[in-house]
Design a protein around this ligand. Sequence first.
Ligand code: ADP
Ligand code: ADP
Length: 237
Amino acid sequence: LIPAIKVKNLSFYYSTSKAIEAISMDIYQNHITAIIGPSGCGKSTFIKTLNRISELEGPVKVEGCVEFFGQNIYDPRINSNKLRRQIGMVFQKPNPFTMSIYENVAYGVKIAMRRPQAEFDEIVESALKDAALWDEVKDKLNKSALGLSGGQQQRLCIARALAVKPKILLMDEPCSALDPIATMKVEELLHSLRSQLTIAIVTHNMQQAARISDFTAFFSTDESRIGQMVEFGATEQ
Ligand code: ADP
Ligand code: ADP
């Protein structure tokens, strides 16, 4: 097992309160790690500390460290924008841009590099195939992404994240807004992606964690409402 991310004694404070206390855990390459726990225990906060997007919402304080492939991402010398580009993120509510299906997927890649159009076409097709969406959208790539169903929009958001070839994919309850069939499709997709990617997924659904994860981190809330990890277990798949 090779850790992609090592979290060491991480505590996290919003300006007003502590949201995470002393979490240590590893997220292993080419495995799916589920993070589960009651509402308010700090799951969303935790996942957002892994790519430093938590701090975009306001002043925060971080103690301990997060190592991404051996590098402490909270080292002041780290370029946090560059870091974020290596880490894909998918949120609870599908949030495609108000653009065509094609442009949604190409967007991040176009920012990252100048390439001939044909190369973007290939990247878009490949990401949509990886996200198991290609067959459903290949004839309407120039139509608005907002015309897709919720489940399709979420797979589009996954394609958008995959297009930039991230080393790790972070997901914050990606199926909570989806119906059971769409949820099943996303779960199958995550399994198929595992060979090429590391995945950390927040879920409040115990069955989902059991179905899809190789490792499960259980966060809890104590009486003072401080999130803590109490157990880090592996499920045999
Ligand atoms: P979960 O994802 O497990 O529901 P969160 O990470 O959303 O938990 O929240 C953990 C704690 O941090 C909660 O007490 C929540 O109210 C608080 N919190 C979350 N976001 C913010 C924020 N932007 N500012 C201040 N407190 C926050
Ligand atoms: P989720 O559990 O899906 O993260 P929440 O309802 O906990 O949803 O949070 C929704 C948004 O509100 C998030 O951006 C979170 O950071 C913010 N938030 C949550 N709790 C607080 C809080 N106590 N103060 C300020 N912002 C908060």
